[in-house]
Design a protein around this ligand. Structure first.
Ligand code: GAL
Length: 413
């Protein structure tokens, strides 16, 4: 009997040891800027408090292009991380390959179906099964304006294209760089999201969601490209290749007037202790009020060895807890991925993000962001990036771009 007990106790303690050693998550992500890292820290600390250690696998590069390349290499080598930050259609592509795990049990226990908006579930589920845990909802049709510069320009938020151009001209006259931009394809595409949306929500849908060749190659698209060409005249000489957070810093420091960027930019302002309404203003890109182009960061959970699954599930559960959703998104600049989280802890921009999202969802004006993988699979997205970037850099005229765009999309489909 004594021997039996000892053996059992040993086995139990060995199991506990094994379980303890397995309480680790390896997380691949591209949250390397100041604001992003601060937000990620909220998650790391939350898991540490649950005795789950964190193995960090950061891959710098806004928008995640580089991260997705590294991920492919890892999975090909048979060494998938536990969880991977991922956007929209990429999640579906990995699910299609059979690489992702199954979160159904946890999702059912915690009632995710009822609180996670359907627009996100469309990416978090594959074939009816939960495969990813959504962290947030960002949107791309924002402008981040230096308040002092705006005040000097008359203090009024530009409501249409002409007013936008007038504001940019005023910034130029003030001797600052009118537009803080980083010349990287995903950043050019982020601006393009807003420019296309400003020409009509139906147009955005026809072009980027339906991939209608007539919209991709029509007169309105020509106007969109002409506007990109005009915006390009307001960037500084060193914009090529600049990281997006360095562009945010230009607005923060008053060296530039405005940045067109998703609300992860707000994370940089918050990190620099800047206050909305006092140091900067967050307004929607002109003529996109009421509409939202969104992207949701989700952690896709890969198929991992059985002993790693408990930590993986704990991570997913932690992400969906309402307290975490508030704490994380306040720092990240995004809206919560659950519809039942109080907006109390959020600043004015965060409250606006949450309200805009609900309004756009209700009125049918909520669309997946083309630039951030929520309108099309990567092949199509990259084909659009290519044309947008070449046009923005003067390698194509708007007339040429509207011939190339439908052709590039057709070839990538
Ligand atoms: C987006 C992502 C954001 C932010 C941004 C810049 O694709 O959704 O969370 O990280 O890239 O890196």
């Amino acid at each position: 009997m004594r021997k039996f007990l000892t053996t059992t106790a040993l086995a139990v303690s060995m199991m506990a040891g094994a379980a303890q050693a397995a309480e680790n998550v390896e997380v691949l992500h591209w949250w390397t800027s100041g604001g992003e890292a601060a937000a990620l820290d909220v998650l790391k600390k939350d898991l540490e408090a649950k005795n789950i250690t964190w193995t960090d696998m950061p891959v710098a590069g806004g928008g995640g292009t580089e991260a997705m390349t590294v991920l492919r290499a890892r999975v090909t080598a048979g060494n998938a991380p536990t969880a991977v930050q991922m956007l929209g259609f990429d999640i579906q592509d990995w699910a299609k390959e059979g690489a992702l795990g199954n979160l159904d049990e946890l999702a059912a226990k915690d009632g995710w179906d009822k609180v996670i908006p359907k627009a996100l579930q469309r990416f978090s589920k594959y074939d009816g099964h939960w495969i990813a845990a959504p962290v947030n909802v960002h949107s791309t049709n924002w402008m981040w304006i230096n308040k002092a510069a705006l005040d000097k320009a008359g203090g009024k938020e530009p409501k249409n294209w002409d007013e936008l151009v007038a504001m940019l001209d005023n910034f130029k006259a003030q001797g600052i760089t009118p537009i803080a931009a980083g010349g990287q394809p995903w950043q050019d595409a982020t601006i393009f999201d807003a420019v296309v949306l400003s020409l009509g929500t139906d147009f955005y849908k026809q072009a980027f969601i339906d991939l209608d060749p007539a919209a991709l190659g029509g007169e309105k698209m020509k106007t969109a490209f002409e506007r990109m060409t005009k915006l390009r005249t307001y960037v500084d000489d060193n914009f090529s290749g600049r990281d997006w957070n360095l562009a945010s810093a230009m607005v923060i420091e008053g060296k530039a007037g405005v940045q067109f960027m998703g609300d992860w930019a707000k994370g940089e302002f918050v990190k620099a202790k800047k206050v909305p309404g006092t140091d900067f203003v967050c307004v929607r890109y002109p003529e996109t009020q009421g509409a939202v182009t969104f992207n949701s960061d989700q952690f896709a959970m890969f198929k991992v060895a059985a002993d790693k699954v408990p930590a993986q599930m704990e991570m997913a559960a932690a992400i969906e807890s309402p307290t975490f959703q508030s704490a994380f998104n306040v720092v990240k600049g995004s809206a919560p991925a659950r519809s039942d989280v109080s907006n109390e802890a959020f600043d004015a921009c965060g409250k606006k993000a949450i309200a805009d999202l609900a309004e756009a969802d209700k009125s049918g004006k909520l669309f997946g962001s083309m630039a951030h993988g929520h309108a099309n699979p990567a092949a199509v997205k990259n084909a659009i990036y290519d044309v947008v970037t070449r046009e923005f850099n003067g390698e194509l005229t708007p007339d040429e771009a509207i011939v190339e765009l439908p052709a590039a999309v057709a070839a990538a489909k």
